[in-house]
Design a protein around this ligand. Structure first.
Ligand SMILES: Nc1ncnc2c1ncn2[C@@H]1O[C@H](COP(=O)(O)OP(=O)(O)O)[C@@H](O)[C@H]1O
Ligand SMILES: [Mg+2]
Length: 245
């Protein structure tokens, strides 16, 4: 029986399956030096349309956590459920397929290709992956994504002609063009001034209106306060944070 059927049968309120749920996740990094436990029992649940901020000092493991969630890396222990599917153990091939189908990524650096226009940069995200699309359709979807970010008029501009905030909005359009269920943003305003950063955070938050789940890693307490929940990563554990404003 599915959760919804159970709810009908027993008259309980149906609870939506979270987009993702990780429990007891640990990660120890083994470099040249002594092994260091970066994550030490992290629990996190993200629902559709939900926005979560993750605060934490530099080196606390925020990027490590996002790379586990985004399937760039694996936990040493714990469980990872994506929807109803247990993906704790997954082949690299399956992880790559899920990553491109379910996740969008935004980083501090924009990683745009200088020689391509804004719309070409966004359309590039549709070249690989499941579901081949003809060039005209890729372009139409890229234009729609730029429009959603309020920068359709910049479609033909190449990144060197765009401001930092405009470039980051192109990067967000690129992350959204495949319609990801989950958007992971790792200090996306780190290279931007305050006003531009606010615009970018609002653009990210707006994606949750369409059902996207958003995890925003940030140092900025004002930006964090715009998310529905604010968590703090400290000593390898995530807990609800006090937000200074
Ligand atoms: N590949 C790696 N090997 C060893 N140590 C690493 C590696 N990547 C990151 N670290 C260390 O792990 C800790 C957490 O890093 P990170 O997740 O990038 O933190 P944050 O994003 O919160 O600044 C840091 O002390 C960093 O130096
Ligand atoms: Mg980081």
């Amino acid at each position: 029986m599915t959760a919804a059927q159970t709810a009908l049968a027993y008259g309980t309120a149906p609870t939506a399956t979270p987009l993702l749920r990780i429990t007891g996740v640990t990660k120890t990094l083994r470099g040249q030096q002594e092994p260091r436990t970066i994550l030490n029992g992290v629990d996190l649940t993200l629902h559709s349309g939900e926005s979560i901020a993750v605060l934490g000092r530099s080196g606390s493991g925020k990027s490590t956590l996002l790379s586990l969630i985004g399937l760039f890396d694996r936990p040493d222990a714990g469980q990872y459920l994506l929807g109803e599917r247990d993906i704790t153990r997954l082949s690299e091939r399956r992880a790559a397929a899920l990553r491109s189908a379910e996740f969008g990524f935004v980083f501090q650096r924009f990683f745009l290709l200088k020689q391509l226009s804004a719309v070409q940069n966004v359309a590039m995200a549709l070249v690989n992956g499941q579901g081949w699309l003809p060039r005209r359709k890729r372009r139409a979807r890229a234009m729609a994504a730029l429009d959603q970010l309020g920068i359709a008029h910049l479609a033909k501009h190449k990144p060197p002609r765009l401001s930092g905030g405009e470039q980051q909005r192109v990067a967000i359009a690129r992350a959204l063009v495949r319609d990801p269920k989950i958007l992971l943003a790792d200090e996306p305003t780190g290279a931007l001034d305050t006003d531009t950063g606010n615009l970018v955070v609002e653009a990210l938050r707006a994606t949750t209106d369409r059902g996207c789940g958003l995890i925003l890693v940030t140092h900025d307490h004002d930006h964090a306060a715009k998310m529905q929940r604010v968590l703090h990563l400290d000593h390898g554990v995530l807990s609800p944070a006090e937000v200074r404003r």
